[in-house]
Structure formats: structure tokens, C-alpha cells
Design a protein around this ligand. Structure first.
Ligand code: FAD
Length: 434
């Protein structure tokens, strides 16, 4: 490729597609490079799609995007070895004309998203891995090299949307690769079942869907969570924990997933299913404090590559789409003013991001990742087990006076954590949540 582009986007995931679409639809000359055979072939997600963030890019997406089920119910489970204690929210209000959340299958969705990008005029080339960012003598990024040939492809600005590992940015010295306690490793399987079976097991009709998210003994005291998402004809079931915890504990992700599937609360939901896909992927979970430099001379970084992921709310794709869109808008504004793509001019991207929910939410939870990680045994094992025992005792009718049961449960909590420990945990959690 001889010509020079206004922008090169590396990666055709949620963030890259959002950035490429935003710039191409405003008339910029955009080249997007994706290492996968097709967009989405390498990508893994639970996956919940958040409509609002996509609507800002493709308003009419519901007409032809490959959507699975719209979500009407969220179940949150705190699990012990043989039980779960849950909090559910199901509402008919979620059966709205334009539903707020859908389940999707990324390999299909990303392909569709990429078609929208191409329809705006961007040049999208797959099976092409960017191997290097190219800089001028002053350190300004001026283009990229790929594994296709050794030539440099030039652009005014490069958008790094390469996903969580961020190898290119790290290789160019723009950031470090994420630390093991800032990334989770998640594994996921797709379990196929007849549509009627899914609807009967989850109390659904039509395109309604349910999400189950679970913490507790399933992660064996490590910082992590499991999930089950309903698609039309399959269930996505997975679990993920911090990479540093896996290393410390000597556990394996597939070992945890097998145990999760055998749990008495889970096994009946997937019984008789046929497993057709298995995938593993990293998730950035370091939060606000792990966010690297987001822009520089001739480059911006978006999505997972920028660690923009809200692990507390299990949101990632929406932060990826929003950061991609805002980076695209910032680049368009700098270009319209005929200004150069300097660090100073591209700081507009960071200002837009700071004013959005992305940075506001991540900032709100800035202390949560460290708190959960350093107290993982209490939050992910001890408390779920204590809650399970307390609920068991509360519900079991065995002739013991209720006051004795309550006192025994309180004593069990104090014995495990001490009064000081209990108040300390509550205080730290409340402070980190604010
Ligand atoms: P990616 O989607 O990873 O895209 C990066 C792209 O760059 C890939 O296509 C890759 O092939 C390409 N690439 C990488 N290097 C190069 C290179 N050198 N040259 C060319 N191309 C390259 N988020 C939610 O919102 N909802 C969920 O339910 C949810 N569940 C999840 C469950 C799991 C198991 C996992 C792993 C993640 C989940 N997430 C979820 C997070 C979400 O998947 C990510 O936040 C989102 O995919 C980030 O998008 P991205 O475009 O930044 O990165």
C-alpha cells in the first residue's frame, strides 16, 4: 500500500470498529488492519452488548445486527460448595421496544460491525498482523509495518485498538504490558440446547434472556467470577480469575470451569447440552490505576488496550466502543482544524473520555481492584460460605428457637473474622464503593 492515510486503526474488535466507523463516516481516509481471518475470529466475550453505546455509532443496528436475546433478568449468585444465595432482578420493563442489553456472539457480531465500517468507506484488511509502529526522528508515530511486507504504511495518526495484551504499544515503549494482578484469564464454553429447553429452564419466552453472574467458592478464594448467559440456542458458560491468583494457587482455569459446571446449582441448567466451542481470553481488571498513557504524538490507544474495563459491573465492550468513538471524534476535530496530530492536540481525546461515563465510572471504583485482590479469601470464600450456612439455618425448621439460630450465625461470623475484621471489611468496601 503506497498511499498515506488519515488514520490507521489496529484491530477490528469493538474499540477498533467504533473508531474506524466514526472517522470513516466523517469522511476521513481510514485503513483498518486485523490479524484474524475475519473480524471477530479472535475475539471472546460473555457476551452482553450494551445498546446505548452502539446506537451512538450505528443508530439502526437492531434492523440487521446478529442479536441473540434481550435481557430481562439478572441473577447474582453467592456460591458455597453445595448452595447459592441469590439476588434477582427481573422486570417486564426490559421488554421494551428498544431493549437496553442483548446477548451476542462476537464472531458473528464483529463481522457485522465490520461490514458497517466498510460501508462508511474504510479499507479493512484482515489476516494482517501489525508488527511494529514506525516513528520519525522526534518519536512521533507516523505509520506501521505489518507481516505482509516490510514496507511502512503511513498515516497522520495510529489508533491502537489491539486488545488487552497491548503488545505493540509495549514494544514501542508507549506502555507496559499489563501486570498479572491487573488481568484476569477467563475461559468460556458454548453449550448447545434446543431453544424450547433453554426457555423452559430459564423461564423465558420469545427472545427474552437471562444473565447469571456468580462469585464464591467456585473461584476457590481467588478474585474472580463465573457466568452463564442465555443465547437463542446455546448457553455461554465461563469463569475467570486474576492471572496472579492462578499462578499463586496453582489452579487451572479449565479446572475451575469443570467444577463450576458440576456445581449442583449449575449442572441441571446445562444437562444434556452439546459443547461446540471452547475459548480463553484475558480481561483487563486493574481499573483506573492501571490505565496507561492514552495519547501521544501521532497515536491514541482505545478499549482493552487502554485497560478501559469496568470489572465491578462486568462492562468492557461498551467502554471499548465509547473510547473508540471518542478517539475518532477527537481525531476528526483535530483534522478539521488542519492541526497536526501532536500529543497536545490529541489530548482532546482524553478530555472527551474524562467527561464520559468511562472515566467517571472507573474513577469511582479506583480502589476496588486492590481491595478485592488483597482480601480475596474473605470476599470470595469465607463470606459466601458464612452466608450460605446462615441462610441454611434460617430456613431450616428444626424446633430450635429463632433467637438461638440468629445468635449462632452471628457467632460464626465473629469467630471467622472477629468483630474488628467484620467492621473493617464493611468500612473498606463501603469506602471503595463510593
Ligand atoms: P478486542 O475485542 O480484543 O479486539 C482487539 C482486536 O485487535 C482483535 O480483533 C485482534 O485480533 C486484533 N489485533 C491484536 N493485535 C493485532 C495486531 N498486531 N495486528 C492486527 N490486529 C491485531 N464485555 C462486555 O461489555 N460484556 C460482556 O458480557 C463481557 N464478557 C466478557 C467475557 C469474557 C470471557 C471476556 C474475555 C471478556 C468479556 N468482556 C465483556 C470484555 C470485552 O470482550 C472487551 O472489553 C472488548 O472485547 C474489548 O474490545 P477491544 O476492541 O478493545 O479488544
Amino acid at each position: 500500500i503506497e498511499e498515506k492515510f488519515d488514520a490507521i486503526v489496529i484491530g477490528a474488535g469493538m474499540a477498533g470498529n467504533a473508531a474506524a466507523h466514526t472517522m470513516a463516516s466523517r469522511g476521513l481516509k481510514v485503513l483498518q488492519l486485523e490479524r484474524g481471518e475475519y473480524p471477530g475470529s479472535k475475539n471472546v466475550q460473555g457476551a452482553i452488548l450494551y445498546s446505548e453505546m452502539l446506537e451512538k455509532i450505528v443508530p439502526e443496528f437492531r434492523e440487521d445486527a446478529p442479536l441473540e436475546r434481550h435481557l430481562i433478568e439478572q441473577r447474582f449468585w453467592m456460591m458455597s460448595e453445595r448452595s447459592h444465595t441469590g439476588m434477582h432482578h427481573r422486570s417486564d420493563d426490559f421488554n421494551e421496544e428498544k431493549p437496553n442489553r442483548y446477548t451476542i456472539i462476537r464472531s458473528q457480531f464483529d463481522r457485522w460491525f465490520s461490514k458497517q465500517v466498510q460501508a462508511q468507506g474504510a479499507l479493512v484488511i484482515c489476516e494482517t498482523t501489525v508488527t511494529q509502529l514506525v516513528s520519525d526522528a522526534y518519536g512521533k508515530v507516523i505509520g506501521v509495518r505489518t507481516d505482509r511486507d516490510g514496507d511502512t504504511i503511513f498515516a497522520d495518526v495510529v489508533v491502537l485498538a489491539e486488545g488487552v495484551s497491548g503488545l505493540l504499544g509495549a514494544r514501542a515503549g508507549l506502555r507496559q504490558t499489563p501486570k498479572p494482578d491487573h488481568v484476569a484469564l477467563a475461559v468460556k464454553e458454548m453449550h448447545f440446547l434446543p431453544q424450547e429447553t433453554i426457555e423452559a429452564r430459564f423461564n423465558l419466552k420469545g427472545d427474552e434472556g437471562v444473565v447469571i453472574e456468580a462469585v464464591g467458592s467456585i473461584s476457590n478464594g481467588m478474585t474472580g467470577m463465573g457466568f452463564i448467559y442465555t443465547n437463542k440456542e446455546c448457553l455461554s458458560i465461563g469463569i475467570g480469575c486474576l492471572v496472579s491468583d492462578f499462578a499463586e494457587k496453582g489452579e487451572t482455569p479449565y479446572g475451575l470451569l469443570e467444577a463450576f459446571k458440576r456445581h449442583p446449582s449449575v449442572a441441571p441448567l446445562i444437562q444434556g447440552s452439546e459443547v461446540k466451542e471452547y475459548a480463553a481470553h484475558l480481561i483487563p481488571e486493574g481499573g483506573y490505576k492501571a490505565i496507561p498513557e492514552l495519547f501521544g504524538d501521532g497515536w491514541v490507544v482505545v478499549g482493552d488496550a487502554a485497560q478501559l474495563n469496568n470489572a465491578i459491573h462486568r462492562e468492557g465492550s461498551n467502554l471499548a466502543m465509547t473510547s473508540g468513538r471518542l478517539a475518532g471524534e477527537a481525531i476528526f476535530q483535530v483534522k478539521s482544524r488542519r492541526d497536526p496530530m501532536t500529543k497536545q492536540n490529541l489530548s482532546l481525546y482524553k478530555s472527551l473520555l474524562d467527561n464520559s461515563f468511562v472515566m467517571k465510572d472507573l474513577k469511582k471504583y479506583k480502589d476496588m481492584p486492590a481491595l478485592l485482590h488483597t482480601n480475596s479469601k474473605n470476599f470470595f470464600l469465607t463470606y459466601p460460605q458464612l452466608v450460605s450456612k446462615a441462610m441454611d439455618s434460617f430456613l431450616r425448621v428444626d424446633g430450635s428457637p429463632k433467637v438461638e439460630k440468629e445468635n449462632a450465625s452471628i457467632r460464626a461470623f465473629v469467630k471467622q473474622r472477629t468483630l474488628r475484621g467484620l467492621f473493617g471489611d464493611a468500612f473498606r468496601l463501603a469506602r471503595a464503593w463510593r
